[in-house]
Write a protein that binds this ligand. Sequence first.
Ligand code: SAM
Length: 281
Amino acid sequence: MSPVDDLPPLREVIQRHGLAPKKSLGQNFLLDLNLTSRIARASGRLEGVTVIEVGPGPGGLTRALLAEGAARVVAIEKDSRAIAALGEIAGRYPGRLEIVEGDALSVDMRALAGDGPARVVANLPYNVATPLLTGWVATEAWPPWWDSLTLMFQREVAERIVAQPGDEAYGRLGVLCGWRCEAKIAFDVARQAFTPPPNVTSSVVRLVPRAAPLACPVRDLEIVTQAAFGQRRKMLRQSLKSLGDPAALLQATGIEPTRRAEEIPVEGFVALARARAALSA
Ligand code: SAM
């Protein structure tokens, strides 16, 4: 019997359903149910909560989420080979697991989540991890439909998500996430925990929405951060040239033209985004 339930060990599930990992789908499976339970617990208490899980694969994290008490798990999986394996888990937890075969980049997660408290927990496929994250945080619709995101990333991406001004890893992703959320690295996961092992260490990151983020248009924030970090070591009076008249933007915000993107806190980028929106209105 496995540590979380009476379903068969994941190795056996993978073999029986012909789930040999595919690189093209970012398949690095977690087979240790103690570890998947730790990830599920890092997302907070699950009783009464709907969890959206992207990429359940053979279902190690899915099983942990259900065993830890999630009221409902909606599991979105692109690989049709995994659907039958997930069906066995649905049978063990009647009415609590919905399996959606599809591409997480195009399904309407808000609609799938329904009305109650909802959150996202996932060991993300690395090839689509960043677009999925920006889709959750950099959206006009705020507050979001989720109360937290608990996600596995490559350590290098995790560092960019939680980075602060002055950090080597500080850039667009840190600004977009830091604007809307508080983000923390919960713990690292060694390469050897995955089958097959990826090339680098991974980290579980937890993001919680800020109650009242400073208001600004998402699109303008994306544009100013792209220009500023596109030439991160140049002074803003130079790096913002692609936006038209950098002097007007900087004057409107009171930011010194000689400062560089890597030193500007989130509040500074929000001011720049607002100024750009006002000047281009
Ligand atoms: N959750 C499983 C685990 O922890 O062992 C599998 C995680 S594996 C890193 C990523 C999973 O995402 C794979 O099952 C893969 O097939 C799936 N996947 C890849 N691209 C996807 C996409 N665009 N939409 C939904 N699932 C996807």
